[in-house]
Every structure is written in structure tokens, then in C-alpha cells.
Design a protein around this ligand. Sequence first.
Ligand SMILES: [Zn+2]
Length: 1149
Amino acid sequence: MNKPKMASEKSASRVLMLLSQLERQNEEPKVSDNDAIRQITGKILHLIQTQEKTRKEVASKSSGGMEIILSSLENTQDLQTTLNILTILNELLTVGGGRRTGVFVSKGGTAILMQLLVSSSKDPPASEELMLHVHSLLVKVGPKDRKFGVKARLNGALNVTLNLVKHNLQNYKLLLPCLQVLRVYSSNLVNAVSLGKSGALEIMFEIIGPFSKKSTTLLKVALDTLASLLKSGMNARRAVDRGYLPTLLTVYQDWHRNDTRHRHVVIRKSILGCIKNLTNIKLGRKAFIDANGMRILYNTSTECLPVRTLDPLVNTSSLIMRKCFPKNRLPLPTIKSVFHHPLPHIPAGGPVAQLYNQPPGVDDVVDESDENEATEVDTENDTEYDEDDAGHKTQNDDIETDINKLRPIQMMTRPFDELRTYEYFCREFSENFEDDDFESPRSVIPPLSVNSELHRPIIIPTTPSSLGPQNRRLLPEDLLTPNESPLELDSISISKRPESAPDPDLVCSLGRLVLDVNGGSADGPQDEAGEQAVLEVPDTAALLPLHDPDLYLEIVKSTRSVPAYTEVAYPDYFGHVALNLREPILERVYGVQRTKIFQDIERLIHPSDILDKIVYDLDIQSCPVIENGESLKFNSKFESGNLRKAIQVRKFEYDLILNSDINSNHYHQWFYFEVGNMRPGVRYRFNIINCEKSNSQFNYGMQVLMYSVQDAINGRPHWVRTGSDICYYKNHFSRSSIAAGGQKGKSYFTLTFTVTFQHKDDVCYFAYHYPYTYSMLKMHLQKLSALRTAQIYYRQDDLCETLGGNSCPLLTITAMPGSSSNDHIGQFRSRPVVFLSARVHPGETNSSWVMKGTLEYLMSCSPQAQSLRESYIFKIIPMLNPDGVINGNHRCSLSGEDLNRQWQNPNAELHPTIYHSKSLLQYLRATGRTPLVFCDYHGHSRKKNVFMYGCSIKETVWQTNVNTSTCDLHEDLGYRTLPKLLSQMAPAFSLSSCSFVVERSKEATARVVVWREIGVQRSYTMESTLCGCDQGKYKGLQIGTSELEEMGSQFCLALLRLRRFTSPLELHNHNSHLLDMENDLIDTRSIPNITSPTTYVLDEDEPAFLEEVDYSAESNDENDPDLEPDLQDNHALPDPNSDSEFSRQDSLN
Ligand SMILES: [Zn+2]
């Protein structure tokens, strides 16, 4: 202890002199005189009670007053002195806020008080006044002392306080501070266990009683203490055994009934807090159900709903009900995909082997021990305040810290002889252009192969409506005779005799099919069979130069799908014209999630209201067809379609289940399906009940996409953002550990949206995002190739065949050399390569639209486009995962694997597109043509805007806090240039969302492998939002295809500017503007994300919204805002890190 320097203070105040006297007494205990000390402390007390100045002097650090007073308290045996000092301390700590208490704690005051408490209790009868003082002080100190709980336990204070409570149940004056201290004690889990063993629960239940306006403060503290105690599983079990749960429910109902003016919401909330903690254990949930808890809380909540101030009660009730809601089985025979595709071989130990090796009959939908207890251990370790660490745990987990894994790989992984075959894909480098090459456009396009085994009818699904009276005007008059009933067509067959038709016949009948491009005029096709119909095709040719319905059908014939689809979805056939309308990001209405959850709970409360009628089911061969007009009709049997099952739960509400990726048992998020037989003007609620990700942009203003065939026919062929009451939340369908990566007790998530259809008997399509099929790509490529001019070098090769037997197009686009002169050929061959790819993830259709923008720009005839073509040779793989796209997968290829995790070691048989893409890159590197830029286009489901991920050793190292001297690497900062340029040029692009950190989980992605192994410094993933923008010109708007396509063309323009910085000529003048720009880019202050961990660790960058508080039914107590005893947390916002799934699940770009 530092000796205070009293003597040096010339004008020592009175209190300082007294302190000085007291200090002398402390130093000479032998001669100390009880009377003297009593007198001195009495005087100090008097001064303190009368002068604020004195309080300040005593509490100031320089006076050492606190130490002296505490020292006296420790030494004295005299009751009066002790009381004096306790009163002094109470006076001191009552004002001055936390600072004085902080001084008190830092000088060891807590322990001294505890010791005093324990020693006084050993000498009965303890002075009530002393106990009152000590506890009043402890109440003040408790919340400021991080180790309060431990100190109390170690000093043996827990039972002293508990016994005081037990023996003073009628003595409110003493009871209240004791209970308050008990509440602080029990916030420590170990203490809670110990107190529980000593009977604390039973004592609390003696205090908690029915509604009474008396002593509500006391009751509130008792309830909060009880809630803390019940966080221990052992206590919770004891409470359930004693039958306390029904008691609590009764007490809650009593308060609910009697507190009519809502004066005691906090008490009602505290009762719910106890129930909430009790139901953390399985026994508690069972007791809750047995005690009719669902109905009680449902009814009370329903009564509370109209009063906004009762929201905290409704929210907590809803949380409890969701937790106790019995877990349901997903109504499926298996979670494995409906479709199966045999693989050439199955690597042992991989995910597919696991899938295949499951013994038949194993139920993979739910775990055996159905509802699993979240393991709850009453640890002996101190869990007190460990939320302090929660902030910065795991944040850096995923960053690569192994420097060797960040250094480039020098060795070629394959011998050049093996790579030589890829020369074929780079023949422009060896081509000797002839003079006549410059006269007409040249290109090489593989002939459209029509596989004979694919001859099958192609059907465009529709409903009778399209032929119904209201559409008569659209049909050729001669097609329907006046009194003929509408054709009973589920679909319009566009082939006459599909089974037997040989190829020419098929082509012929398709030709006949022409769904009347000319607007249904007279010479429309005559239909001898009488079952053929002619539909008016919206004339989109002017708006969609790359779209041609006939060509589309032609291409579809050669697209191979695992389910052997025979139908074509209207939107893909008609085409989509971007809506010329702003589509704002939806503002979320407060209470939507709660309302939806209550409707879900109603299913349990009123089971007889539930229809449970299966109206669509791919698992059943003869998918039920509902013809009673009371149900919607669903269909997903077309390219990129995904909907496995539809169940009508209420008259206008449907549960929908998505299909897993083929050869997989999960990865579903993408959906694309057709709905018919609707009633106009009715609100239909759709729930997709087996979503996997723990959060979604659907919670932040994103809408689903809808395409109405009626609208299309009437000149509005648009995918439109639609739906209201949209939200995404954890539901009560349990997810087996097989589907949850081994984790037990997980649930699925529901995406719910409500739609009102405009037209009677329309056919509408719903999709996760703007569909873009493989056949559409092929059609676009064919149309694009027709745009080539004599200046454009365009070549389309088939990189390889996929597992499903589809070709993977590889494009080479550049400018023709100026002439066949050596100079021109030399310039041609020296152009740097830019390597682009997209759509490795089928569900990220936005990446295809961005790619479309890039391709259209590259084929355009503007001078800049020509200049760009003259600058680079583009190697483009626009669809890395054709099979996944065709079959409606969300993430994988037919191998059941995420292809963007295979780049380190792709298998030629299982991952052919990746294997050959990588080999081609290796070939380029081996021949000295390492691409200048590599960029893989992706879509991001949980962030807004468009942004890039790149690779930088330095920025990775900075983030890991690894001693930077270990990485004194020189690093070219060129990787920053392209994103910076894009942020200046592309309105949707956001630099602050970019990150250049290499994560462990991404080490097998294209971006990281191409950077490390191929040595491409500018190797990127470009992520486009599925939702919209929160900055720039499109701020507040959902993204549409024109913005995505614009992004693709702006990318081209940025490459053109990049050329300025990278041309060999200008590299020589490296010091000029290039350096300036690079320096500008280096300035970390201008790139905020570089110091912000959020961009790469959390894939979530949304602010928490009001309702997120009951976002998860399995609330984690550590993050529970209820923990703050006095927080009126109706809108408390949780820690965004609280759901660990947040940071992990969606980091799979
Ligand atoms: Zn992706």
C-alpha cells in the first residue's frame, strides 16, 4: 500500500487530518484505542454526511482515504466503529457513480466486506444493522466487481446471505438487500448450483406468490434470482421435480389477469424469464407441454398482442413456445435427392460415399434419439463474465496463418507433356492468319449436336386457362369451335408423335409448333390432331436480341438432365425483359415474423384446422393431381426447376419442400417452380420449410421473383420482385445430424412469403433469383457468335463433357490481328490473357447475368470494345457447372460436391470442368502466358452490392497479428487496382465490402488456387448480391438483370483502364501516375475494410433488426439480453456474433 503523503499537504483539510489520525491508529494496533477510533470515524462520518467536498477528498486516489478506511474496517473489533465505517462507505458509494465503487473494488473492499459478513455471522446474534449495511454495500459493489461471485464463494458468503433471507422472510427491510445480493451471486453458474443445493429455489418459491400490489420490488428481485438459478440444469431439474413449472404458469396467468393496467409488465416478464430458463432442459419442455403451457402462453399472448407495450411479453412467450414446440419430422421418406446419378467412381471417405454407403432403410430425416438435449453441464469452471471474451473469440479462426500456405507454389504439378493437349484450346497463338481471314467474320462453333436418344416430346406447361375464354382473343379463331369446351390440356404438346418420331419428324413437328411469333395471324399452323394449341408468344425480339424461342426449344432438345425433363418453363421460352421500374428493397414491417410464428403455433393449438394435403410430390411416381379446384397446382419438372413437394396446410397456405442437390442430402436454397389454378385477389401464404442457411437477405428486404404467363402474353414478359410478409426464421422441423454436418438438435429454416395473384387461371413461376438455364446460355452464345464482325476473333470450343453428358463451352474472344503482317501477328500473340468464369454454383444465377453483360460487351462494336479486344485475349468459361444448373441444384455438381472446393486436386472423372479449366490455366502458365487477371463470378446471398475477394499475403498476415517480420515479403499491390477501378466506375460495386484476406476455408477455391498455383496475382472472386444495393446509384433498390448485366460490362471497361497500368510500355514509367494511383490504393484509410474484421469473418453485414431478438428459438443464454437485470429489453439487439452459424454457414463462396 502506498503511503499517502499527508504531511506535505500544507493546508490539509479537516477530513484529511482525521484520516491521518486514523492511519496512525491502524499502524499501531497495540496502542490503538477503540474510543479514539470510534470518535475519529464518527467525525469523518459527520463530515461526509454534511459536505460533498469531503466525500470527494476521501474518495480521491491521492488522499489514500479509501485504503485507510478499509484498513480500519479490517482491523476493528468494535461494532460501533464498524457501523461508522460501513455508513461512511455507503455514503461514499451512493454518489459518485461507478468510479468510487471502482476504487473500492480495486483496494480489495469486496473481500473485506465478505470476510466481515462471514465473521459476523459466526457470532450470533449478528447485528441486523450491520448485516443491512454490509448487504447494501454489496448490492452497490456486486455489479462493478467482475470477480464478485468467485469472491463470495471463496469467502463462504453465499450461505450467510441465503440464511439471512431464509430467516427474515417477513423482514422486508433486510430481505430486499439480501435478495439483491443473492441475485448477483447467482448470476455465476457455479454459485447457482451451490445455492440450489442449499435450498435457494425453495426459498424463492416462498417469496413468489400470486398477484399482489405489495412489495413488487422484492418480488421482481426474487424472480430474477430464480431465473438466474434456473440457468443451471441441475436446478432446473430440481424445480421441475418439485412441480414448480405449473406453479409459475399459474402465477403468470394470475398476473396476466389482474395486472389489467399493465403496471407490472416487468414482473410478468420476469416470470416468463423463469419459465424460459426452465424450458432449456428437456424435462422442462415436457413439463411445459404437460402443464398445457402452449395454450396458456398462446392465449395470454394473443390477448397481449394489441398492446404494443406488452411486446416483451409476447416476444418471450413466443420464444418459449418455439422452444417447446415439438420437433416435427420433415414429411419426406429421405432427405437424399429424389434424383440419382451414377458416378464413374466414388472416392472413399467422401460425402458421396457416405451417402451411398448408408444401409438401406436408414432414416436420414430425423435422428434416432429424436430430440437431443443440448448438453448442459454445470461446470466447475467459472463462467462468470465470460462474455467478455466472446467478442474476440473465433474472429480470426478462418484466416490462413501458415505463411507457407500463403507463398506461391513454384513447382508445376503436372508435366508439360500432359498439358500439351491444351494447345488445342489456345490455337490462336499459333494460328497463321490468311488474307481472306480478314474479309469475313470467322469463328469456330461446334455444331449443335442433337443426340438421338434425346428425342422426346418437349412440352411447355400451361393450364387450360391459357386457352380459356378470357384468352380467346389470343388464339387463332379457327382453333376452337364455338361450343367446344376448353381443351383439357395440362400442357401444350409441341410434338405430334413423340415416341416414334425420328429426328427429321421431330424437327418438323417442332417447326409446326411455332407458338405463332407473328401474333396469331391467319396463316398460323393448322393442327390436324385438334389437341395442339397455338399460343401467342410475346414479341420480345426487339428487346431481347439474344433471345429466340424457337432456337431455345431446339437447344433444349440436346440438353441432358438427370430426370430427363420433357417440359420447358414459359419464362425460359418467352424470355425475360428487364423491368423498366425501380424495385425498392422492402422495408420490413415490425411484427411479421411474430405473426408468422403464431400462425405456426396455431397448427399445434388447433390441429383440426390443418388440411395437410399433399398436392405435389416428386417422391411419388404418380404425383398426385388435384382436380377439385381447391388447391394450387405445382410443377417443377423443367430445366433448373426445384420443388420437391407441396403440402396444402390451410385453404390458402402451402408448405413447400425443396430437393437436395443430386447425390447429396442437403444444399438446397434455390427454387424454381410453377403454380397454377389460383384464385385472383386472395392472399396465398407459401412456406419453404427446409431452408438451411441461418439467415437470409429475405430478412433484409429481398423479395422472391415471379413471372406471370398472362402478363407475358399481354406484353409484360418480366420476372418481377414480389411477395409481402416475407421473413426467414428457424422452424420446428428437425434436421438430422446427417444433414447438419454431425450437429444434433438442429432445425431447418422457413422462408415465408405471401402473394396475391392478379389473374384468374394464370400460370405463374416463382424463383429464388432470375433464372438462367444452361440452354439459355447455349442460345445466347449462338446468338452472340452471329454478332461477330471481321474485326472480332470469336471461337467456341467444348472444354469437356460433364458427368451428365453436356458440353462445357469455352470461349476465346479477342480482336483479329490488324493484318497478317508479322507486326500485327506479333502484337496479337503478345496480348495478355484474361481468364473469366462463372456459375460454378448453380443457385447463383446472378453470376450468369453478369457474365451475359460481359459477353455482350465483348461482342459489341463500340470503339472501346474493339480497343479492349485488341488489348487482351479473353478465355471465358461462362458456366463451370452445367449439370448443376440443368438439374436445379443449388451448389453442387452431379458428383454431389461443391466444385469450388475442388481446385486444389480436381478429379478428371468427377470434376471434369474444374480439372480441365485448371489444366488449361497450367498450360497457359507453362507457355509463359499466365493470365493477367482471373475472375470467377459468383452470387452472394447475405450481403448487398457487388464486391470482390482477392488474395494478398500481407493483408492476410496483418489480420492474423502474426509477427509481420516473419513475412517481409515484397508484394506487388496490383491486386488492388481492379477493385478500385470498379468502385469508381460500376455503380453497384462497393469497395468497402472487398477483402483480400486468404481464408483457410477457401484454400481449395478457384481464387486461391489460381493465385497460389498458377501465379495469377489478380485472382478474384466477384460476388454479386442477390438482393440489392445499400450504396451508390442503386442504393435502396433490389438488383435486376439490367444492373447485373451493366456490372458485367463495367467490368470490361475497368479491364480496359487496367490496361493503362499494366502495359509493358507504361510499366517502364512506373514512377509516374501508376505509382500515385497505387499509393492511393495502398492507403489503408481509404479502404476501411482492411482494418475491419467484418468483411471476411462474418458474411453477414446487416444491422440487427428489431425482431431478430426471437430469431432463434434455441436462445443462447449467454447472449440473452434478459441477463441485464433492469433492462427493459423490448427491442434489445443481440450480439450479431451470437449465432455461431452466422459466421460459418454462408462463408462458402
Ligand atoms: Zn458462389
